[in-house]
Design a protein. Structure first.
Length: 329
């Protein structure tokens, strides 16, 4: 059986660092994943109401499908400005690719946002939304250890009718490969089975990482929509009002097309952890990044990529449950 890395965080993938910036007055925040020197990257968007930045830059047919950082943010469209702060901070530090000698370096910083504007926080920012500042702050504190739960991009999140949050998990595949996931959990669907206590992701849990609860009744009962009338009353049954944002990572050498395939497989983990997922009301987005550290070769390449994608899906399901469990705890 595969085991988590030593932190059970996405930063068990060597080279990655993550920083959170949380504004309690806003009830919102930003989470930044730093990929030093630019990692191969891809993205898969399946929600019906996404809010994204630089997603087309990561398309495999384009010329520079790499990421120097990935930004997850609250704030809906205002939160897209968080990536501006990260770009400025990274360029100031010399991170990014050089177009011409003497000119500023150009970091590629894709990102995605979730909607938390109706959670009661102080959103009276006028012409100066705070997310650029929060992006700079999050990048500045990035490290291998970081908090989970109601922090960063998960601070103002809701998961159906309960508190959402920021989650992460990892798996050591035992042959040098390490896979990790990071998720900001704000779906319209439920992370809980109909008993309201058991996570849909329970079969994938390791060492009681999100409470260790298993089903008391039939495990196959599907909850099509958690208390839809209350969701409508809260305005959550509105396109773009909810989403799960995620990044999966591996220390393998993957092309952008292969990263996209891993992101597509990881979306299955989202579906295992949230029901329903990928609705017209959600903006579900999964980024995948790969460091290039381990050469997969050619003879068994597709098999190994399939294994990475499967592990990424399991990690993402666990990360989603951990985010809600720790936010509510």
């Amino acid at each position: 059986m595969y085991r988590p890395g030593p932190r059970n965080l996405i930063t068990d993938v060597p080279g990655l660092s993550v920083g959170n910036a949380t504004d309690e007055a806003l009830r919102s925040g930003v989470t930044v994943l730093l990929c030093p020197d630019g990692w191969s990257a891809g993205v898969d968007v399946r929600g019906g109401g996404p809010g994204v930045r630089e997603s087309e830059t990561l398309a495999p047919e384009n010329g520079y499908a790499r990421a120097h950082a990935v930004v997850l943010s609250g704030g809906s469209v205002f939160g897209l400005g968080a990536a501006d702060g990260v770009v400025a901070a990274l360029s100031r530090a010399g991170e990014g690719f050089s177009v011409r000698p003497g000119a500023p370096t150009v970091p590629i910083v894709p990102g995605a946002v979730l909607y938390d504007l109706a959670n009661g926080g102080d959103k009276a920012w006028g012409a100066d939304p705070p997310y650029r500042r929060l992006g700079v702050e999050a990048a500045g504190v990035a490290g291998q250890d970081f908090a989970l739960g109601a922090v960063g991009a998960g601070r103002g999140a809701m998961a159906g009718l309960v508190k959402g949050g920021l989650g992460s998990a990892s798996l050591d595949l035992g042959d040098g490969l390490v896979v990790g996931a990071l998720a900001a959990v704000n779906p319209v669907g439920s992370v809980y089975m109909p008993d309201g206590e058991t996570f849909w992701a329970w079969p994938f849990e390791i060492d009681g990482e999100f409470g260790g609860r298993t089903p008391r009744g039939p495990a196959g009962v599907v909850e099509p929509m958690p208390e839809a009338s209350r969701l409508a009353g809260q305005g959550r049954l509105t396109p773009g009002a909810n989403t799960t944002l995620a990044v999966v990572a591996v220390n393998a050498a993957l092309t952008s097309a292969e990263c996209k395939r891993v992101a597509m497989m990881a979306q299955d983990g989202l579906s295992r952890a949230v029901r329903p997922a990928h609705t017209p009301f959600d903006g579900d987005v999964v980024f995948a990044v790969a460091s290039g550290e381990i050469d997969l070769g050619q003879d068994e390449r597709l098999r190994r990529i399939a294994r990475i994608g499967s592990a990424a899906g399991d990690c993402l399901a666990r990360a989603i449950a951990r985010g809600v469990y720790l936010a509510r705890g």
